[in-house]
Design a protein around this ligand. Sequence first.
Ligand SMILES: [Zn+2]
Length: 219
Amino acid sequence: MNYNLNSLIPFILPSEYDKVAEQFLEEYCPDALKYPMAIPIEKIAADLGLNVQYVCITEEADIYGATIFTDGMMEIYNPEYGCYENKMFKRKTVLIDPEAVKKTNVGCKHNTLAHECVHWYKHRFYYRMQKFTMPRIAKFCKCSVNQLPDVTDDISIMESQANGIAPRILMPRITFIEAASQYDIVYGRDNWQAIAGLAALFDVSKSSVMIRLEECNLL
Ligand SMILES: [Zn+2]
């Protein structure tokens, strides 16, 4: 895997997302490459050393997740007091806002957590590079429901990588195709039973399954 030597963002083409997801699973959950199964993403996050907290992040619920890469302050919304406050976080903290997750196109907490795991797995070097500017402020990424207009190219590249790789971790290509072959999936039909069955098997949302079926040319 090559990195941009100035920014330390990895070069990953969309055609390589399946390969990166497989490398991740080989390391953290090799059984998932042998049998169709629900990926224990909470356990994997813990194995990565991540401390996952389910909290409100913004008042508008427009940020569904955040990964914190260095110790420091980050502003989050406190719904109890109706105001934003600066809180101290340790590196390796992941915040997930369950209300905002419902607004994402896949609407799935597991997908969000897998997305944040990808940020830690592939993007921590980028954020570590930025550690020495404003050391009191934590270095973090915030993942928004709709892409924000003012994001930099770097952030936009890393968001695309995490968006592309996360569902491939939860539904690895080989075992997903194997599981889908048990159903009679036909283009143009609603395929409700297959989609519901696969969503239950992999413990993801039905919209996630539909997108993955299309990616694997099964729909
Ligand atoms: Zn993200």
